[in-house]
Design a protein around this ligand. Structure first.
Ligand code: SF4
Length: 421
């Protein structure tokens, strides 16, 4: 077994500065008295930028707590407040971090002018902000209710859903105006939307390069690299970072170099990673295995991860509000089993994947929903080996490293045998 480490792109090192700029912008907003908003992923953060409201993403802050090894402490504090062991650890990390009033580098986050949530991905988002708005002593909170489009939703129903969400988006703009005094400038909204689109295009292109054997990019670049997509969609600076990442990865492709010195097994990782133990994924390298696709990080290239409808740049520039509303109706986590099976089969084929690791994340029920059915269908219908591993994205107490190692080792043996067939 090789013990060589995979190579991270040099450009990815720029991510630290990029995220640093985001946190500085937040601090600057507080100094200047600029309105700020908490937003959940899946909401149209672009519209906040378009209305000169500084977004803050508590999910992103929670991942920082975990990466800095503070999340367990915050989670336990929240549990002492009465929040259950089983509910989302992002939420509990946020509760603990706010209680302790820690700085941004430990995952702290300040009280915002208002909060924006949506139930597109999970109900937790809505309840999380309801709870925290109350615990802050009352923060205005707007939530967007998004019906789920599934594979047998009719065109007529979808059109109705779109109107329903779009009406709420226009109402959101009124809500923002009421609480900040800022009105929507549609020309600015178009520029912001165009930047968001461009960012998505490059992320998609980076993913296209991952189809190459050997794969030029590992999760060292993508797990962290996804953050600008949901904290800064609409700004120019992350576009520059992604272009550098793409350029370097393309050079590797042209030179026939992979991120791993020797690539034997190509994997998909479904779910949110263990942010408190990202080094864990380096363990796969001992088996010359590399993760070449993560639905979770790809999902944030939202203009291109929509199986139901295409949003072109022209359409976006014509009506950014309509497009932002439509995009909310199609997010990876909301896909039903049929759509997921189809998407997985296509992805496994196109990215030449040997096996799928599924993170049965105690925190995130929407993501894990139907994992066992998904595994069975992929195995029965397409002979795709899948392994379900138990853990949690922010709570280290829920990952049994030894047990998981053993199971992955056995899984790799299965893949090895498959290759010999
Ligand atoms: S981890 Fe899952 S349940 Fe928790 S906030 Fe994110 S999507 Fe919702």
């Amino acid at each position: 077994m090789s013990a060589k480490k995979s190579k991270m792109l040099k450009a990815t090192l720029g991510l630290k500065n990029e995220m640093g700029r985001h946190y500085l912008a937040i601090e600057q907003a507080f100094r200047d008295g600029t309105p700020t908003a908490w937003a959940t992923s899946g909401t149209p953060v672009e519209l906040l930028y378009a209305m000169d409201v500084q977004p803050m993403l508590p999910e992103n802050s929670a991942t920082i707590s975990a990466a800095q090894k503070y999340s367990q402490n915050f989670i336990e504090l929240a549990e002492q407040e009465g929040f259950s062991y089983d509910i989302c650890s992002y939420f509990k990390t946020n509760v603990g971090a706010v209680m302790e009033d820690v700085d941004v580098f430990k995952g702290g986050i300040r009280k915002p002018t208002f909060m924006l949530s949506s139930d597109v991905i999970c109900d937790t988002h809505v309840h999380w902000f309801q709870v925290q708005a109350e615990r802050f002593g009352g923060v205005p909170h707007y939530t967007i209710d998004v019906p789920h489009v599934v594979s047998n939703t009719t065109k007529r129903q979808r059109e109705y859903y779109k109107k329903y969400v779009e009406e709420q988006t226009w109402e959101l703009l009124e809500f923002i105006k009421e609480h900040t005094g800022h009105d929507i400038d549609l020309e600015k909204a178009k520029k912001v939307a165009a930047n968001s689109y461009e960012l998505s295009v490059i992320w998609k292109d980076i993913y296209e390069l991952r189809k190459t054997v050997p794969c030029p990019i590992s999760t060292k670049d993508t797990f962290g690299g996804l953050f600008p997509l949901f904290t800064m969609p609409g700004l120019r600076s992350p576009i520059r970072l992604y272009k550098k990442m793409y350029k370097e990865a393309k050079e590797r492709v042209d030179a026939g170099q992979g991120a791993l010195e020797k690539e034997e097994f190509r994997l998909m990782f479904e779910g949110i990673p263990f942010w408190y133990n990202l080094k864990y994924f380096a363990m796969l390298e001992r088996f010359n295995a590399i993760i070449v696709y993560e639905p979770y990080t790809y999902a944030f290239s939202k203009f291109f991860s929509n199986p139901f409808e295409t949003i072109t740049k022209e359409r976006l520039l014509k009506d950014p509000i309509e497009c932002m509303s439509t995009l909310m109706l199609s997010f990876w986590y909301t896909f039903d089993l049929e759509t997921r099976v189809r998407w997985f089969k296509e992805t496994v084929r196109e990215w030449k994947i040997d096996g799928v690791l599924m993170h049965n994340n105690v925190s995130c029920r929407p993501n894990n929903c139907a994992f066992y059915d998904l595994k069975r269908r992929l195995s029965d219908e397409a002979d795709i080996p899948c392994l379900i591993i138990d853990g949690d994205q922010n709570d280290p107490r829920k990952l049994n490293v030894e047990q998981t190692n053993n199971r992955i080792e056995s899984f790799i043996e299965v893949l090895r045998k498959n290759k010999k067939r």
